[in-house]
Design a protein around this ligand. Structure first.
Ligand SMILES: [Zn+2]
Length: 207
């Protein structure tokens, strides 16, 4: 089986959630949905979700997103209803306010991922970060031709290789912090690309 290509993967971006007001400051419970149409087959996939903020606007705020969707088993054709919680975390913005991120909830070889990411992808039955999904990018993307916020996938891979250890005395090391910074910039722009891509699909649907 070939690896999924990121451009054709179902993904959910924090920037998309923000754009459509699901991360607005108020503390209300927000529900929404997203439908992806992809490929020449015009296959459709959709999920619904709700964004919940426990202890909203306090220092103990714990925000999360609940994803609800139906997974069809590729082999048996059986359907599973999935209700899947993904925690959100925040970082302060330079000019006040805060920015939300997903925390990848997946385990790979029994090791919890926990990466802070801007985009999560549909990975088999679950949603998680591109590292866990081992998502293959098109050749041009891997070749470093495409850059988001000036950062290519090669740059990210190089920064990751330079890391000898991720944490020292419980704190992220300098090189790990650099990788996180690059990754944030990359994913922010990459998320925008996905939004644009999605807008194009919207246009196609309307015709
Ligand atoms: Zn992950």
């Amino acid at each position: 089986m070939s690896k999924p290509i990121a451009e054709q993967s179902n993904s959910l971006s924090i920037f998309w959630l923000k754009k459509y007001g699901y991360l607005d400051k108020d503390c209300s419970y927000k529900c929404g949905g997203i439908t992806w149409t992809y490929g020449y087959s015009k296959n459709k996939n959709s999920i619904s979700f709700s964004v919940i903020k426990d202890g909203c606007d306090t220092s103990e705020e714990r925000a999360y997103i609940n994803l609800r969707y139906t997974n069809t088993n590729k082999y048996s054709g059986g359907k599973d209803d999935i209700d899947y919680k993904i925690e959100l975390t925040t970082t302060p913005c330079r000019y006040g306010g805060k920015r939300y991120w997903f925390i990848c909830p997946l385990y790979k070889n029994e090791i919890y991922c926990g990466r802070r990411v801007g985009v999560i992808f549909s990975i088999g039955k679950w949603f998680g970060c591109r590292h866990c999904g081992n998502i293959a990018y098109s050749k041009q993307m891997v070749g470093g031709k495409y850059r988001w916020n000036g950062i290519s996938i090669l740059d990210l891979e190089k920064a990751e290789k330079e890391i000898k250890r991720y944490y020292y005395k419980g704190k992220p090391t300098r090189k790990y912090k650099r990788l996180m910074r690059l990754n944030e910039k990359f994913e922010q722009n990459y998320g925008m690309m996905l939004i644009n891509w999605e807008n194009r699909l919207d246009n196609i649907k309307k015709k």
